[in-house]
Each structure stands twice: as structure tokens, then as C-alpha cells.
Design a protein around this ligand. Structure first.
Ligand SMILES: NC(=O)c1ccc[n+]([C@@H]2O[C@H](COP(=O)([O-])OP(=O)(O)OC[C@H]3O[C@@H](n4cnc5c(N)ncnc54)[C@H](O)[C@@H]3O)[C@@H](O)[C@H]2O)c1
Ligand SMILES: [Zn+2]
Length: 376
């Protein structure tokens, strides 16, 4: 990890047999999207799904690049934000894909963040029992996480991501230039997931991030390196456990606490966005592991100091507004993770880069810990 690759573009191959695909990471990929797609896929027709923030910035460039490669496209622009992951918008997306006669060799292209990727992937997975799917992720979170791995879906009143299918993309084009228009807050939120891969099982990567995070934020080769390492890490986990029967759960490091905090703030992005919840959740997971005598408290301090340095929140007290009491957070945790005989499944750690799936965590210990950590 010491040398920063000088090559401007990286490729990560996801070896999933007949569902294998490439992730290309680098600058200028939207301008080359048509050529990259035409080189790999037969279809010459695409339905692009995007959102109202991303469309004015990158849609024209994508359409032109497809056109130049002989690919005709139609476009659907949806509202931005988590609420778009709904049945209503899924229906609109499916309608559009059928209306423009996307056949099984043609494709749906998701141009946007994780919201657009999850919704479009779901539509691609169910229309005609599955059409081809290309991800052009535009947020850092979607480039390092949601565009890889094939989980698609929408939310409903019972919770997030509860309705969906596994549908792997055929190609992922992560244009690193587009991250320059992302807000600093959204970039940091995506960075929490980058740091997560180090904390799961790559201590050298975490150390590299501690030394190089400023260069990652600035752009260029270090950013590409961090995204490629993250995609490789996600790919490794997905290939080992495509349908999450075991080890894929490691990707949820920090997410049990994080999801509870997101639910406690009613998914109000002005108070907390997903990556911020994950940041606080990862610190809590390390502190809880120390409390259970699994890891040194120094590791928790090291994690917190790095996340703080990049400007992420690390404490529940940093969330604006009043949080519900620890018991309510605990209820959200119990809903997120099935409790069996008072025991919870949690991702805990023995130190930096030594996370593991623990399926015997006493719920009572978690509640006591949350009461200690609660700001009120
Ligand atoms: N499928 C998976 O495996 C998986 C994994 C992690 C997260 N997710 C899902 O991803 C979603 C979160 O993704 P997200 O953080 O990308 O949210 P998002 O799609 O809402 O994007 C965040 C905001 O940034 C804007 N944006 C995106 N790219 C931009 C750019 N280049 N320039 C300017 N603005 C830009 C969007 O319009 C939006 O307002 C959640 O719904 C989550 O459940 C899915
Ligand atoms: Zn996440």
C-alpha cells in the first residue's frame, strides 16, 4: 500500500462465474462510457435512470458518449433522496423501461448515487425477469459500496431495503471526476465506508488511509487507489458469500448501531446521513468490543481520532436534536438484528482490521453500554 499507483485507471474484476463483471475506476469514464459498454455488451439500446441533482451535471455527457458508440438511449429523471426508493418510483422506472422497449440484451443504466442504483437495479432485475444493468455510480458511497455486489431494492413503511432482489450489474463505471461536485458532507459520509474496509480486515489499508486521507479527499491517484481497494475488498466478500449467508455480514461493521441512529433520527438527512451513522457506529462497535475485553481501548481511540480528523461525527452527542432514550435505540437494534434467547448477532473486533461475526452478544450488555454512551 505504500506506493500510490501512477496509472490513471484501475480495473477490479468481480469473478462471479456467468455473472462476472468489471468495475472500472478512474477519471473521464462517463465520456468513454459508450465505448466501454459497446466493447462488452451486445445491446444497442439503453434506459438511463438518474436523479434531478445528477441529471443537469452529467446526463448530457453520458447520452452523447452512448450516441457516439451507436447506443440509443431514453432517460428518466427522478427526484433525489431516499424517498425515491419507493414502489411508486419503481413502477415509474419499470414503465419507462418497457415503454422504450428494452429487450433482454439491452440495458438499464443507473446514473447517480446509491438511491438511483438500488432502485434502477431492482427495476432491471424484475422487468422481463431481468434485463442487463450498468451502474454509473456518482457518489463516493455508491462507488465503493452500493454499486458492487448486486443488492437492489426499495424501502417501505416497515423499514429500509426490505423489498428487493439480487441482480448483479454487467459493468460498473466509477468516474472519479464526478466526485468533485459532491458536497463535502456526502463525500465524508462515503469515506466512512472506505475506512470500514480497513477496519474489517485490512489493517495496512487503514494505516495507509490515516497517512493519506488528505490526498484521497483532494482527488487524483490516491483517491483512485482508495476506491479500487474498497471495490476489491467488497468484491472479495461478495464472491465468498454472494447471498449473505455468513461472512458478507462483516460489511455491516458499525451498521447495527448506525441503523438504530438513522431510525432514531427518522432518516432525516439534515440530522444524520447513512455514512455519519456508520462512523459513529464503528466507534461504538470498537468501544463495545473493548468493553467486552475483546480489543484494546487504544484501538477504539485510534478509530475515533481518524474519523474525527476527516470531519466525521464520532459521538451520539454530535447528532443535532434530541435522541430517544437508550431503550428505544435498543428496540431499533433488536428489530434490525434478530434476538435469539436474549443474544444478538453483532460485528465485533479484536483490533484494527480484525472484525468478526459474533452471534452470542448479550442484549443486556448492549443496553447497559448504550445507556453509558447516551448523551442525555
Ligand atoms: N445495494 C447496496 O449494497 C447498498 C450498499 C450501501 C448503501 N446502499 C443504499 O445507498 C443509498 C445511499 O447512497 P448515496 O449515499 O449515494 O445516496 P444518494 O443516492 O441519495 O446520493 C446522495 C446525494 O448526492 C447527490 N449526488 C450523487 N452524486 C452526485 C454528484 N456526483 N454530484 C453532486 N451530487 C451528487 C444525490 O442526488 C443525492 O442528493 C441508501 O439508500 C442505501 O440504502 C445500498
Ligand atoms: Zn453502509
Amino acid at each position: 500500500m505504500n506506493a500510490i499507483a501512477s496509472a490513471p485507471e484501475r480495473k477490479v474484476h468481480v469473478p462471479l462465474g456467468e455473472r462476472a463483471y468489471d468495475i472500472l475506476i478512474g477519471p473521464g469514464l462517463i465520456a468513454r462510457a459508450g465505448a466501454e459498454i459497446a466493447a462488452r455488451l451486445k445491446g444497442r439500446k439503453a434506459a438511463i435512470i438518474t436523479d434531478e441533482h445528477v441529471a443537469p451535471l452529467y446526463l448530457d455527457a453520458l447520452v452523447q458518449s452512448l450516441e457516439a458508440a451507436g447506443i440509443a438511449s431514453a432517460t428518466l429523471v427522478l427526484p433525489a433522496g431516499e424517498k425515491t426508493k419507493s414502489f411508486e418510483h419503481l413502477m415509474t422506472a419499470c414503465d419507462k423501461v418497457l415503454e422504450v422497449r428494452i429487450e433482454r440484451n439491452d440495458y438499464v443504466i443507473a446514473l447517480g448515487g446509491g438511491v438511483i442504483g438500488d432502485l434502477s437495479g431492482f427495476a432491471a432485475g424484475i422487468v422481463r425477469r431481468g434485463v442487463r444493468f450498468v451502474q454509473v455510480p456518482t457518489s463516493l458511497l455508491s462507488q465503493v459500496d452500493s454499486s458492487v455486489g448486486g443488492k437492489t431494492g426499495i424501502n417501505n413503511r416497515h423499514g429500509k431495503n426490505l423489498i428487493g432482489v439480487f441482480h448483479q450489474p454487467d459493468l460498473v463505471l466509477a468516474d472519479t471526476d464526478v466526485l468533485n461536485s459532491l458536497s463535502a458532507r456526502e463525500f465524508r459520509a462515503g469515506y466512512a465506508e472506505v475506512a470500514k474496509y480497513g477496519l474489517i480486515d485490512k489493517p495496512d489499508f487503514f494505516a495507509w488511509l490515516e497517512a493519506n486521507w488528505q490526498a484521497v479527499f483532494a482527488g487524483g491517484a490516491a483517491r483512485i487507489e482508495a476506491i479500487a481497494t474498497s471495490c476489491q475488498a467488497k468484491s472479495d466478500v461478495v464472491v465468498a458469500d454472494e447471498r449473505e449467508t455468513g461472512q458478507r455480514a462483516l460489511l455491516n461493521l458499525g451498521h447495527t448501531f448506525g441503523h438504530a441512529l438513522e431510525a432514531a433520527t427518522a432518516y432525516d438527512s439534515s440530522r444524520l446521513v447513512h455514512g455519519e451513522g456508520v462512523s459513529i457506529g464503528m466507534v461504538l462497535a470498537h468501544e463495545f468490543s473493548a468493553r467486552m475485553n475483546l480489543a484494546s481501548p487504544d484501538d477504539a481511540r485510534r478509530v475515533e481520532s481518524h474519523l474525527k480528523a476527516v470531519g466525521l461525527p464520532t459521538r451520539m452527542s454530535e447528532i443535532p436534536g434530541v435522541l430517544p432514550p437508550a431503550e428505544v435505540l435498543m428496540d431499533a437494534i433488536a428489530q434490525d438484528k434478530k434476538v435469539k434467547g436474549g443474544k444478538l448477532t453483532f460485528i465485533l473486533t479484536r483490533g484494527i482490521g480484525q472484525s468478526f461475526v459474533a452471534d452470542d452478544v448479550p442484549a443486556s450488555e448492549v443496553l447497559t453500554f448504550l445507556k453509558e454512551k447516551h448523551p442525555q
